[in-house]
Design a protein around this ligand. Structure first.
Ligand code: SF4
Length: 448
């Protein structure tokens, strides 16, 4: 909340009735200022004060949700220009373009790609988020039929792209329950597009030919009662589009300029015909400051790096990326498979699990919670030592899964082997390679 505790206190009833759970209104105001309480906890706050406090509490870039259920995508809600200041909040949505002018077979193939291209990393599923259906046929019936096909084939979010309000209405009729993004309101059609967005409670994309005109249009639409908007400055050259992203983010955050306080949508799909260049352009907008990034097609070799980049940029820089503690099965291990242990620094996990996969020796990988520290750092900090590892090995249940009771520890933690044999009676501690790249050769000669 942008207001101080004292400023908030001035807007509260000052009766100290305690119904909010706090002993005084001042105590409640301080908690509100620190975002540790919700305004709704006070039943006596006036409507006028509520409006002022809600306005002050709104993030400078409003969050917008597209879609419903588990695949709903939230974009916007950002509060900083640079990731090191705090963290970026909501990763940009990656969208695949489908034209209603495409042949049905091509549409089917794109839908299959959208559903198939997903990757599991550190317990997370990395996948694209949205399908943008573009009206190129000029035929509302065809547009609605393609939207219907998309809706039936995937639970991903949907962007309806048409400048014709009648065609938009036809597409919306088919998928309003999926809360699609309506792209786009412009100077020519904004009144009717606003009615469609308000009538269906769907977010509305707004497109103009410059940042200035965009601000005029969002101001008009806000007055008309449209709340959830996504903005497109209309630029289709990398240089101008990138500049617009920086201007929009800066105006919203540092100038508190509400007409530009919305997530953006960008179209690498319309900036080049070269697929590799398109992926590079998309990667620039992942870093700064695309809210939704629309691609002309998906290929594994370009989508995967974008998903990983997005994951990395949108993690909290103040907290190391960590993998969940537990037993990870790689391949289909059985009671005679090797058991290795490592720390829960994600990069370590990626490397070790990748090398085990490369070896093609089904194995159990125990991941010990070291608060996201690598093996050497965790060992030096006393978090990957015999006293910490042994209770985890006993508790995790790996002893019931294998007959041999041999535990392979990282070469860098070799000093812990004696301590572990004392702490884990019945277990043989084996010192594995220091370097992950030596794991495949090591596992190929390992015997239970
Ligand atoms: Fe004050 Fe409202 Fe809390 Fe009562 S419920 S103490 S009026 S803030």
């Amino acid at each position: 909340m942008a207001l101080t505790g004292i400023e908030i206190f001035k807007l509260l009833p000052k009766t100290n009735c305690k119904e909010c759970g706090e002993p005084t209104c001042l105590a409640f105001a301080m908690k509100l200022a620190a975002s540790k309480a919700e305004l709704s906890a006070c039943p006596h706050v006036s409507e006028e004060a509520k409006a002022k406090l809600t306005e002050a509490a709104a993030p400078p870039i409003i969050p917008v949700t597209i879609g419903v259920g588990g695949r709903a995508l939230k974009v916007g809600g950002e509060t900083v220009m640079f990731r090191h200041e705090k963290r970026f909040e909501n990763p940009p949505g990656l969208a695949l373009l489908i034209s209603d002018g495409m042949a049905d077979a091509e549409i089917e193939s794109r839908l299959k790609k959208f559903n198939d291209l997903q990757y599991e990393r550190i317990g997370l599923i990395l996948r694209p988020d949205l399908i943008a259906v573009r009206d190129d046929s000029g035929d509302a019936t065809r547009f609605a039929a393609v939207v219907s096909k998309v809706k039936q084939s995937t639970d991903g979010g949907i962007i309806l792209m048409s400048s014709n309000p009648d065609t938009m209405a036809a597409g919306l009729k088919v998928c309003a329950d999926r809360k699609p993004l309506l792209y786009a309101a412009s100077e020519e059609n904004s009144d009717r597009m606003a009615d469609l967005a308000k009538g269906s409670s769907c977010p509305l994309a707004v497109k103009a030919s410059s940042v200035e005109k965009l601000a005029e249009l969002t101001t008009k639409l806000t007055s008309a009662g449209v709340k959830e908007m996504v903005i497109d400055s209309g630029s289709r050259s990398l240089r101008q589009a990138f500049e617009d992203q920086v201007i929009i983010r800066g105006a919203a955050l540092t100038k508190k300029f509400r007409p530009l306080g919305f997530p953006t949508i960008v179209f690498p799909a319309e900036m080049t015909n070269d697929p590799m260049k398109e992926a590079v352009i998309a990667s620039i907008f992942v870093a700064k400051y695309g809210g939704i990034i629309v691609l002309s097609d998906f290929q594994g070799e370009s989508l995967f790096p974008l998903l990983v980049e997005r994951l990395n940029i949108y993690t909290d820089p103040q907290r190391p990326l960590a993998t969940k503690e537990g037993i990870y099965e790689i391949g289909k291990p059985d009671e005679n498979s090797p058991v290795l242990i490592t720390s829960n620094f994600s990069l370590t996990y990626f490397i070790v699990s990748g090398e085990i996969e490369t070896s093609r020796v089904p194995s159990y990988l125990l991941v010990k919670d070291t608060e996201g520290l690598s093996v050497v750092t965790a060992w030096a900090a006393g978090k990957f030592v015999a006293d910490a590892i042994a209770p985890f090995v006993k508790k995790c249940g790996i002893g019931d899964k294998v007959k041999h009771h041999k535990l392979v520890i990282p070469g860098y933690a070799a000093a812990e082997s004696g301590g572990l044999e004392e702490e884990l009676p019945g277990w043989e501690i084996q010192v594995g390679p220091r370097d992950g790249s030596n794991i495949p050769a090591y596992l190929k000669t390992w015997k239970p």
